[in-house]
Write a protein that binds this ligand. Structure first.
Ligand SMILES: C[S@@+](CC[C@H](N)C(=O)[O-])C[C@H]1O[C@@H](n2cnc3c(N)ncnc32)[C@H](O)[C@@H]1O
Length: 276
C-alpha cells in the first residue's frame, strides 16, 4: 500500500503514526481543503440538470463532501448524494447545516456503494464526476454500476460520468518519483505539512497515491499516512461495457485539467430499443 519514501517512513513506526484511506479521517478533511474549489465540471452538470431535471431530483454518485451537490442546490435543484465514506458525508452534512434552510432542505445524502445501491426513487439525471470511476477496481464493477444506474433512471433520463484518458500521462506533476508537498502554517503552535506521491503501474493501468502528513500542535506530532488506488480504464473497455448495456452515448466532451490531464465526459441515455 505504501511505496518508496512513504514505505520507509511507515517502517520506522514513529510514535503517533496512523493510516487512513484518502477519503477517511484526516484525509477526508485534506481532500475537502484541496478540491473544494474545483469547478471544471460544474457548467456541464448545471446545463444537463436544467435540460433534464427541471422539477426533478439529481442523483450524484460518489458525492464526497458535496462540492457538486451544493452548486446544484444553489441553482434550485433537489439533490441526493451517495458516497461510501461516512467521513466524507459527515463533512457534507456539516456544510449542509451551515446553509440557509431553503438550500439545505434540497440536499439529502446516503451512504452506499455506487456499484450496488437501491434507492426508492428514479432520477432524470445521475452524475458521477471528478473522474471517480477510477476508484473502481475492475471493468466488471463499472458494468455493475451501469446496471444499477439504469434501474434508477427515470424514462428519458441521462447518466453523466467522466474518466482520465488512459493513454495520457496522468498527474504528470507527480511523475518520475517527484514528491510534492503542501505546507500549512496554522499559527505558532500549529503547523502541518503533507507529502504527496504517486506510483504508476503501467502494465495494470493503475496508480497508487501515497500521502504522509505531520500535524504538530501543542508540542505533539501526529503522523498520518494515507493511500488510495486509482484504475485508469482503457477507453475501449469503457466503450465495450457501454455497447453491452442498454445505454448509448448522447454526447461527449473533453476537458484538460491542471497538469495536462485529459478527461473525457460521456453523457449516456437509454437507446430507444430499451423502452420497448
Ligand atoms: C474524487 S472524490 C469525488 C467527490 C465529489 N464528487 C467531488 O467532485 O468533489 C471520490 C469519492 O468517491 C467515494 N467513493 C469511493 N468508492 C466509492 C464507491 N464504491 N461507492 C460510492 N462512493 C465511493 C469516496 O469516498 C470519495 O468521496
Amino acid at each position: 500500500m505504501y511505496f518508496g519514501v512513504f514505505q520507509e517512513l511507515r517502517k520506522l513506526n514513529m510514535p503517533g503514526s496512523v493510516d487512513f484511506d484518502l477519503y477517511e479521517g484526516y484525509y477526508s478533511e485534506f481532500y475537502e481543503a484541496i478540491t473544494s474549489r474545483t469547478d471544471y465540471d460544474i457548467a456541464l452538470i448545471l446545463e444537463q440538470a436544467k435540460q433534464q431535471a427541471d422539477g426533478g431530483k439529481v442523483l450524484e454518485l460518489a458525492c464526497g463532501s458535496g462540492r457538486i451537490l451544493m452548486h446544484l442546490a444553489n441553482r434550485g435543484f433537489s439533490v441526493v448524494g451517495l458516497d461510501l465514506s461516512g467521513d466524507m458525508l459527515k463533512i457534507c452534512r456539516t456544510k449542509q447545516a451551515q446553509l440557509p434552510a431553503r438550500l439545505s432542505s434540497r440536499i439529502e445524502v446516503v451512504q452506499g456503494d455506487m456499484t450496488e445501491f437501491t434507492l426508492p426513487e428514479r432520477y432524470p439525471l445521475i452524475v458521477l464526476s471528478a473522474t471517480s470511476i477510477s476508484l473502481l477496481r475492475e471493468i466488471e464493477d463499472f458494468k455493475r454500476m451501469l446496471e444499477t444506474v439504469e434501474r434508477h433512471l427515470a424514462p428519458g433520463g441521462r447518466f453523466i460520468f467522466d474518466y482520465v484518458l488512459s493513454n495520457q500521462s496522468h498527474n504528470s506533476e507527480y511523475r518520475g518519483g517527484r514528491i510534492n508537498s503542501v505546507t500549512l502554517n496554522l499559527g505558532p503552535d500549529h503547523k502541518q505539512f503533507v507529502l504527496i506521491g504517486e506510483e504508476e503501474n503501467l502494465q495494470q493501468q493503475s496508480a497508487v497515491m501515497n500521502f504522509y502528513a505531520e500535524v504538530i500542535q501543542s508540542g505533539e506530532t501526529r503522523r498520518i499516512f494515507g493511500s488510495t488506488f486509482k484504475k485508469f480504464f482503457a477507453e475501449e473497455d469503457i466503450m465495450g461495457a457501454i455497447a453491452e448495456s442498454p445505454f448509448r452515448i448522447a454526447e461527449s466532451r473533453m476537458y484538460t485539467l491542471e497538469g495536462d490531464e485529459n478527461v473525457r465526459c460521456l453523457i449516456l441515455e437509454r437507446g430507444a430499443e430499451s423502452y420497448e
